[in-house]
Design a protein. Structure first.
Lengths: 261, 301
């Protein structure tokens, strides 16, 4: 058993794995961009204008701005989650691409780090698209401040990529992922302040919300959009890093047990 | 090239590989035979350093496995049992992507691709998608992919399972070219004709142990009588009772067939001709007879 629990050994050899995914993505970039980016943008604009016109300021800003900041975090979370759930699972379980790579001088540590970094890259892309809309519609307070959103979305992608890899490791089939969406992702979307301020929730629920990774992401993203310095930066960044790295380490141990037994 | 001593792997209470000793010389084609579950694939995974042994040592081209598995794998090419070509890439791209996993530069791989495509007989399919390839073409591409980094030794796990005879012959031809060029091959198979044709030496594995080892011809000569007469038809039981023990060195009934192992098939046939209801097949004994003698005829699932 102990062999599965060995800590990850990180190396630059994850790059060919990242590159493999990038090259495949490049072939299908257009439908992929539409699928990944159009959906959150439609929600943001539809709800932002439609619902926003009925609302006074929310959290001290126009609803569209409020929602845009939430969507940066939420679309990034989704991009990374979909990537490490459905796409990584295809590569690991269905196409056996990981098996092929593991016969080369590569370890599972390298392969999964490649997958994680690729998921973060997809998140970056998704976040940049929302950011472009924020810039285009002038939804920001301070342009230079919004540039901090770029490393933030990559970090959010890392966080949710790491967590999603755990699901990938334990899943018997694609159907299993629905549990994760229903029990983790959707509740987070509702509890972490994407569509409405967390302060609207009962006190107890607010307490739970404070621990969830998406809350940390949004607590950083929203001030950056309106041009303020976020509070507790170190806390939020460390929380996101911990969720992501812990996810990666646990996922690696579970996947070792799954593939290398 | 490959030296294995006392290799043991346990899963729970079951010993999947038991105290295995193997030596394979450079340029040799070595066959690992055995029924399903005999430990062939586990042995290959141990040799690659993908799993860790409970006891024993492996030395591959002088490199200790699994301690230095990464260095060792630079010298190994693998053709796995199940095709795992990358379906998102074309034939050429599969080779390019795979070379990068060995740290090769794009220029180095690109320079090698024409030769590999030519070897696999896929030069005209370079830009085809994987789904457009036949089973035989996929196997040949997997073989070419295993050669991308010019390894010294090749591991092939049942390389021709599921292929039609034409496709199998093409693979065999390719493998003989490789051993001709000085590559070492370790091959698992449960096709006896394949092992007899390709392997210079082979080991028969059962329940994780080597039950016989040697050149195919030598194994046949040392384990089994030179000829087999298979008898089947109406009245077989009576005939067996009356003649088998007297005529054959060894015999066994499997289903509705009597296998008569003998030095003097002509005598057996002479007697058989007196019972026209019985049909027979006379053939020289082969590796399959050795295999069945040593591993039994029970189904392994």
């Amino acid at each position: 058993m102990h062999a599965f629990l060995r800590l990850p050994r990180l190396s630059w050899r994850f790059i060919p794995v990242w590159q493999r995914n990038y090259l495949v993505w490049r072939k299908l970039a257009l439908p992929s961009i539409l699928g990944n980016l159009a959906d959150p943008m439609l929600y943001m604009l539809g709800l932002g204008y439609g619902l926003g016109s009925l609302l006074p300021d929310v959290g001290g800003m126009p609803y569209l701005t409020f929602l845009a900041a939430g969507t940066v975090a939420y679309s990034t979370m989704n991009a990374a989650t979909f990537e490490v759930l459905y796409s990584s699972f295809s590569r690991m379980h269905v196409q056996r691409t990981w098996d092929a790579i593991l016969n080369a001088p590569m370890t599972l540590d390298d392969v999964m780090l490649g997958e994680l970094s690729w998921a973060a890259s997809k998140s970056l892309l998704s976040g940049l698209a929302i950011l472009a809309v924020i810039w285009g519609l002038g939804l920001y307070g301070n342009f230079w401040m919004t540039l901090w959103l770029i490393p933030l979305v990559a970090l959010v992608g890392f966080c949710f990529g790491g967590m999603g890899l755990v699901m990938n490791a334990v899943s018997p089939s694609y159907d299993f992922f629905l549990y994760y969406f229903t029990l983790a992702i959707t509740p987070m979307v509702l509890l972490c302040g994407v569509f409405f301020p967390v302060s609207q929730l009962p006190q107890v629920v607010q307490g739970v919300s404070a621990w969830l990774p998406l809350t940390h992401a949004i607590d950083l993203a929203r001030p950056l959009v309106v041009g303020e310095v976020p509070g507790h930066i170190a806390l939020h960044v460390i929380a996101l890093l911990i969720y992501g790295s812990l996810g990666y380490v646990v996922a690696l141990a579970l996947t070792r047990r799954r593939l290398l037994k | 090239m490959l030296k294995v001593r006392g290799l043991t792997k346990r899963y729970g209470a079951t010993e999947v590989v038991r105290n295995l000793d193997l030596t394979v010389q450079r340029g040799e084609c070595f066959g690992l035979l055995g029924p399903n579950g005999a430990g062939k694939t586990t042995t290959l995974r141990l040799l690659l350093g993908l799993i860790e042994p409970d006891a024993g040592s492996i030395e591959l081209a002088g490199i200790a496995v699994p301690q230095c598995a990464r260095e060792a794998r630079m010298k190994i090419g693998v053709v796995p049992q199940m095709d795992n070509l990358d379906p998102d890439f074309s034939v050429r791209e599969n080779l390019l992507a795979y070379g990068r996993y060995f740290g090769m530069s794009k220029a180095a791989i690109t320079a090698r691709v024409p030769e590999l495509l030519d070897f696999a007989g896929l030069a005209s399919k370079a830009d085809a998608r994987i789904v457009q390839l036949s089973g035989g073409m996929k196997r040949r591409l997997t073989l070419a992919r295993a050669l991308v980094h010019d390894p010294d030794i090749l591991f092939l796990d049942e390389p021709t399972t599921g292929l039609d005879p034409q496709a199998r012959h093409l693979i065999w031809q390719g493998l003989r070219r490789l051993t001709g060029a000085g590559k070492t091959i370790v091959l698992t198979t449960h096709f006896m004709d394949e092992a007899e044709r390709l392997a210079d030496r082979l080991a028969i594995l059962d329940h994780g142990r080597v039950v016989a080892e040697g050149a195919p011809r030598a194994l046949i000569e040392s384990h089994i009588e030179p000829a087999v007469v298979e008898v089947f038809g109406e009245g077989l039981a009576d005939w067996t009772h009356a003649h088998a023990a007297a005529l054959c060195q060894r015999f066994e009934t499997v289903g509705e067939t009597l296998f008569c192992y003998t030095d003097s098939p002509d005598t057996v046939i002479g007697v058989l001709k007196q019972t026209p209801a019985l049909r027979y097949l006379h053939r020289p004994s082969n590796l399959e007879d050795v295999f069945l003698k040593l591993t039994g005829r029970d189904l392994r699932d």
